[in-house]
Design a protein around this ligand. Structure first.
Ligand SMILES: NC(=O)c1ccc[n+]([C@@H]2O[C@H](COP(=O)([O-])OP(=O)(O)OC[C@H]3O[C@@H](n4cnc5c(N)ncnc54)[C@H](OP(=O)(O)O)[C@@H]3O)[C@@H](O)[C@H]2O)c1
Length: 259
């Protein structure tokens, strides 16, 4: 993995009254992750994002926030890449206050037709990548006795979805991880929560055809698909240091679809 950093330090001020937080967003190059990165940059925090490739959004943030934004290419299904990414963040800012485990991948198709590679790609990123990042970052948070972790799950981890068996299994696994980590870390001032979004307008949902999309919208009380902003606002809430009594929960944000 190579590391790319920008600019020099300044003292910004976050909206939480305690100064800028150091926030990691995995898969922060597009889709939901990009919405979450934009939200924390807008609240004055310092944001480190990773993904396998650079996008126009990443290029724009490098220009606009040279002191507050760091991007490092990383394939999080590799433990070595995860470590190099976290090391780059620590080199630059010396701590991590917030970890948003957002990077995830889905492969469509019924389980009976899935290849070993289909299973490995989804399990290696969604479960193992999240475990690698959470292990590395929680060690740092334990030393400081503070921090917040949010795991991006999915409603299909609870409800299931035809053709998304492997993906659904990984998201259900993340919900178990969220509850276990909350129990392990609660007494050390670290909160761990999950968000289970419904269907969002991102590249990942392009696998759904028009008919499936229309059906989802018809069945959603809010009458629309979700936007990254809908989820980013909940991330901000869950990682607000004032909300330190809220841990071990997986919040469903789906416009009422599964209510
Ligand atoms: N879209 C939905 O309807 C929906 C619903 C519920 C939950 N979610 C969850 O929300 C999260 C974000 O989804 P999205 O819709 O924003 O997906 P997306 O548009 O496909 O973006 C995925 C992000 O993860 C990165 N990524 C993929 N493979 C990676 C790897 N091996 N290592 C590091 N980064 C990697 C991607 O960049 P690169 O490809 O360049 O690496 C990209 O930044 C996922 O956890 C997903 O399961 C999505």
């Amino acid at each position: 993995m190579s590391t790319e950093t920008n600019g020099t330090e300044t003292n910004g001020t976050g909206t939480n009254g305690t100064g800028p937080r150091i926030v990691i967003v995995t898969g922060g190059s597009r889709g939901l992750g990009a919405g979450i990165v934009a939200s924390y940059l807008a609240s004055g925090d310092r944001v480190a994002a990773c993904a396998r490739s650079v996008t126009p959004e990443v290029e724009a943030w490098r220009e606009q926030y040279p002191d507050h934004f760091l991007f490092a290419p990383a394939d999080l299904s590799s433990s070595a890449d995860a470590k190099a990414f976290v090391d780059a963040v620590i080199d630059r800012w010396d701590r991590v206050d917030v970890l948003i485990n957002n990077a995830g991948v889905a492969r469509d198709g019924i389980l009976g037709m899935a290849s070993d590679e289909d299973i490995d790609v989804v399990v290696d990123l969604n479960i193992k990548g999240t475990l690698y990042m959470s292990r590395l970052v929680s060690r740092r948070m334990l030393a400081r006795r503070s921090g917040s972790i949010v795991n991006i799950s999915s409603i299909v981890g609870r409800s299931g979805y035809r053709g998304l068996g492997v993906y659904s299994a990984t998201k259900a696994a993340l919900d178990g991880l969220t509850r276990s980590m909350a129990r392990e870390l609660g007494s050390r001032g670290i909160t761990v929560n999950g968000i289970a979004p419904g269907y969002l307008r991102t590249e990942m949902s392009h696998g759904l055809d028009e008919g499936q999309m229309d059906q989802i919208v018809r069945r959603t009380p809010a009458g629309r698909l979700g936007d990254p902003d809908d989820i980013a606002r909940v991330c901000q809430f869950l990682t607000d240091p004032r909300n330190d009594y809220l841990t071990g929960q997986v919040i469903v944000v789906d416009g009422g679809l599964t209510s």
